[in-house]
Each structure stands twice: as structure tokens, then as C-alpha cells.
Design a protein around this ligand. Structure first.
Ligand code: ATP
Length: 297
């Protein structure tokens, strides 16, 4: 079995005169997984990805594709879905696919692309007239025209409605099922949890946590969260440590390793438990704990 990672990044840096956008990043991506690069705005994700894509030159460090420095082979075997892609005006979806297919020596069949990305019903529509979800599916198809081994998806579901986002997840799973490697950046932690086999969380140009989502959660948290509507908690607020969440209907979060004991304490302090919920820790909690920043929604 070939265990050489499809992509390996060693001590990668990009320093600008006033900012160290990427400041010594190491990770490796095994073939066939979905690898998520997460982090708050300005963390250095796009700079890292653009160096891996060969779009900007690193200040120092190494990027290896299948164990070798990046070269023409990588260019033919990579597919990229950028955050925004400028397309030729007046072309239909079908014409766009043909246009991009012609740029590569090796192509995936048009029928297969249409099927994988569910483009059938709007193939002959002007690409400027697509909904957000349809446009992202077309851009994914464009990223797949050369039947790439590795696909970079930079915030592919930003701005999509929940159903369109779920549809897009389905497409990503289809690509993974073909043993392709996916490198994803996203601001949606639920998306990262559902799609990524491994994640790296970046902040200030460095990786601050790396591993599978479940492994990271079990390493960082031994507790669960009890959530209560704030109005049900007035007396207990003085005796039980908690975090107050400012929402339309404010709520209280209590971290506990012993739900029974905490529930007993709440009852004793006179809280109403009618609206009580217990939840597991999420990647969103981890992100907040590690970066101290709320997520962009
Ligand atoms: P976002 O989630 O907002 O896309 P990001 O994690 O992708 O953020 P980057 O775009 O990689 O972050 O930016 C990292 C840092 O480097 C930021 O402080 C940014 O302002 C800075 N930066 C990026 N490109 C340049 C450049 N060409 N010249 C100077 N500074 C830059």
C-alpha cells in the first residue's frame, strides 16, 4: 500500500512586510480523505491554500505532491474551486464545461460531470442566471473537468441556503467515494464535522490544533453542556458557574462532568428544568475555546 501522503506541507511561511500571514505550518494529507482547514478571518487559510495551489510563492518551506516538489504533474492532477471565479459572459453551463475541458489533455466525460454535480436541469441556461447553489455546483463541475486527483474547495458553501448546502455535501461525498482527495476551507463547523476526516485549525498564521474532529473533541473536552432558558435560572445564577448566551431568547450554558449532580444542584437552587437540554461538545465550542473568536455565520 502506498502511504506517501498526496500532499505534504513542511514549515511553510509567507511573510509580508507588515504581517506573517503564514508562519511555519506543517501538515500532511493522506490520499482519499477530506481535509479541512479552519480558522477565523485573517488566520492565514487562503494564503496557505494559494501556496499549495501554486498561485503564490512561499517565503520559505516545502510543499510536496505525492512526495515530490510541485511541478507540471500537479497542475494536471489538481482541480480548484475558487471563492469567486470570473466566467465568460453569455455562455451556458454546458458551454462553460466545454470551454474549461478544452484546457486539459485529460478529461472526465461530460455525462459523468453532469450526473455527479446534478446539472441536468439547467445545462442550457446562461451561467449568469443560476441560483447560488446551482452556480456552486457548476463551479465544482468545472473544478472536476480534468478528473483531478485532488480538489481544493475554498469556502464552497458560503452564502448557500441550508438545503443547497446539504446538496453540496452530498456531491463532496460522491467525490470522496471515488478515492479523490478534497481540501476544504469553511467557516461552518457543522460542515467541517460532517465532511472532514481530518481538520487543522489555524490562527495568526500557525496551526493550533490538528486531528480528526472526534479525536480533537475528546482530547479537549471531558464535559457535556447543560443548557437552560435564562429566565428559568434566576436563583441558581448566584451559585452555579455558567456562561450566558445572548440570543433572542437568552440561555445559560453550564459545563458539567456529572449531569445528575448538576441537575440536583439546579433543582435545589430553585431553577425550573422544564426547558433543560443536555448536549455534547461541538467543533464550534472547540473553535471558540482555541481561538477565542465567535464564528462568522
Ligand atoms: P478569511 O477567512 O477572511 O478568508 P484567511 O484565513 O484566509 O481569512 P488570509 O487571507 O490568508 O486569511 O490572510 C492572512 C493575513 O495575511 C491577513 O492579515 C491578511 O491581511 C494578510 N495578507 C494576505 N495577503 C496579503 C498581501 N498580499 N499583502 C499583505 N498582507 C496580506
Amino acid at each position: 500500500m502506498n502511504t506517501t501522503p498526496i500532499l505534504e506541507v513542511r514549515n511553510l511561511r509567507k511573510h509580508y512586510p507588515k504581517v506573517k500571514a503564514v508562519d511555519g505550518v506543517d501538515f500532511s494529507v493522506p490520499t482519499g480523505i477530506c481535509f479541512g482547514l479552519l480558522g477565523p478571518n485573517g488566520a492565514g487559510k487562503t494564503t496557505t491554500i494559494e501556496m499549495m495551489e501554486g498561485i503564490i510563492r512561499p517565503s520559505s518551506g516545502e510543499i510536496l505532491y505525492k512526495g515530490e516538489p510541485m511541478g507540471p504533474r500537479f497542475k494536471n492532477e489538481v482541480g480548484i474551486q475558487f471563492q469567486s471565479t470570473a466566467l465568460q459572459d453569455f455562455l451556458t453551463v454546458r458551454e462553460n464545461l466545454k470551454f474549461f475541458s478544452n484546457l486539459y489533455p485529460k478529461n472526465r466525460s461530460m455525462d459523468e460531470l453532469i450526473e455527479i454535480c446534478a446539472l441536468e436541469s439547467y445545462l442550457d441556461r446562461d451561467a449568469r442566471k443560476l441560483s447560488g447553489g446551482q452556480r456552486q455546483r457548476m463551479l465544482l463541475a468545472i473544478a472536476l473537468v480534468n478528473d483531478p486527483e485532488i480538489v481544493f474547495l475554498d469556502e464552497p458553501t458560503t452564502g448557500l441556503d441550508p438545503q443547497a448546502r446539504l446538496n453540496f455535501w452530498e456531491l463532496i461525498n460522491r467525490i470522496k467515494a471515488q478515492n479523490k482527495t478534497v481540501l476544504l476551507t469553511t467557516h461552518y463547523m457543522e460542515e467541517a464535522y460532517n465532511l472532514c476526516d481530518q481538520i487543522a485549525i489555524m490562527d495568526h498564521g500557525k496551526i493550533i490544533a490538528q486531528g480528526s474532529p472526534d479525536q480533537l473533541l475528546s482530547e479537549h473536552f471531558q464535559d457535556v453542556i447543560i443548557e437552560l432558558p435564562a429566565q428559568d435560572f434566576p436563583q441558581a445564577a448566584e451559585v452555579i458557574p455558567h456562561r450566558r448566551l445572548a440570543k433572542v431568547n437568552p440561555s445559560i450554558e453550564i459545563s458539567t462532568q456529572d449531569v445528575n449532580k448538576t441537575v440536583a444542584e439546579l433543582l435545589q437552587a430553585g431553577a425550573s428544568l422544564a426547558g433543560l437540554q443536555v448536549r455534547q461538545r461541538t467543533l464550534e465550542d472547540l473553535f471558540l475555546e482555541l481561538t477565542g473568536k465567535e464564528l462568522r455565520q
